[in-house]
Design a protein around this ligand. Structure first.
Ligand code: ATR
Length: 283
């Protein structure tokens, strides 16, 4: 029987998940399908239940339903509990399992590119939903200190407090500060990570001066549309190693594919090329 899975959200048209999973289904010769399904606001729980009854193995969940998915799951993993957001629902016999694979995805992408952080200092920009998983990823990679910089430092402080309350952060010290103090923290950073939506297609770029950044620091943007954000372009021109958002996107899908289709897929240059092609066609 064909194994069925999907990504759900509203809107869902631009999701790259079907490209990712479709590539792997073909590569591994698996009898499976992976669709994108739009769910109208107000109908999430009912639609998820319908998909479960229709025999789906599970779904990936994207904007705006990650919090609803967290509430709907019968049990959630540590990363989902730490972030309050679930992006993977697995339909098991004993109930609906919720997971968050974003922190894992970012950690795996960075590990592949720069290895572990070995007590290094990280400057992390942003304090929204994406920042929560990113702080968790820094802790997984062994960061010594994570400075969370945001236009409003109160929001950064609230984010840190709730992460600390969840007890998901181990090892790393996490400190909040205002984004306009960037140059104060940048000189000692081993890594700069952007989790804000600045630099995304249609948004203005970040207003920071990389002149102050440690010349050895790597620069990572979790935005992948465009692939080369103004931040990454600037960083590359200054000789920094750069890590784009496609790495995280590809790696966060690995545990989902394994849960749906029983094979742990590899993140390969072929997969990256397939995604880059779609992004180019859409640009
Ligand atoms: P997401 O869930 O994608 O993280 P979000 O919760 O809306 O989205 O958070 C967006 C983040 O980007 C916030 O940290 C926001 O900063 P503020 O809290 O100060 O609003 C940040 N952000 C958006 N545009 C920005 C810009 N032009 N410069 C700096 N930070 C920006």
């Amino acid at each position: 029987m064909t194994a069925k899975a999907a990504v759900v959200g509203w809107p869902i048209q631009h999701s790259l998940s079907p490209v990712l999973h479709g590539h792997w289904l073909k590569e591994y010769g698996i009898d499976g399908s992976y669709e994108k399904i739009a769910i109208e606001p107000g109908t999430f729980a009912q639609r998820i239940n319908d998909l479960r009854e229709a025999g789906y193995r599970g779904v990936n969940v994207t904007v705006p339903y990650k919090e609803e998915a967290f509430a709907l799951a019968d049990y959630n993993d540590d990363a989902a509990r730490a972030t309050g957001a679930t992006n993977l629902l697995i339909f098991r016999e004993r109930g609906v399992e919720g997971r968050n694979t974003d922190a894992f995805g970012l950690a795996a992408s960075l590990r592949e590119n720069i290895g572990t952080l070995e007590d290094g200092k990280v400057v992390l920009l942003g304090a929204g939903g994406a920042a929560r998983g990113a702080v968790l990823a820094m802790s997984m990679l062994g960061a010594g200190i994570v400075y969370v910089l945001n236009r409003s430092s109160e929001r950064a402080e609230r984010l840190i407090q709730s992460l600390m309350d969840s007890k998901a952060i181990f090892g790393a010290g996490v400190i909040s500060a205002r984004l306009d103090g960037f140059s104060h923290f940048a000189a000692e950073a081993a890594l700069l990570v952007n989790t804000t939506s600045a630099g995304m297609k249609g948004n203005p770029p970040l207003d920071i001066d990389l002149l102050a950044l440690n010349p050895q620091a790597a620069v990572c943007d979790i935005v992948y549309n465009p692939l080369m954000t103004p931040l990454l372009k600037d960083a590359e021109a200054r000789g920094h190693r750069t890590i784009d958002g496609l790495g995280m996107l590809m790696h966060q899908a690995v545990p989902s594919f394994e849960a749906f289709f029983g094979v742990r897929p590899a993140v390969t240059p072929g997969l990256r090329a397939a995604l880059e092609k779609v992004l180019r066609e859409r640009a």
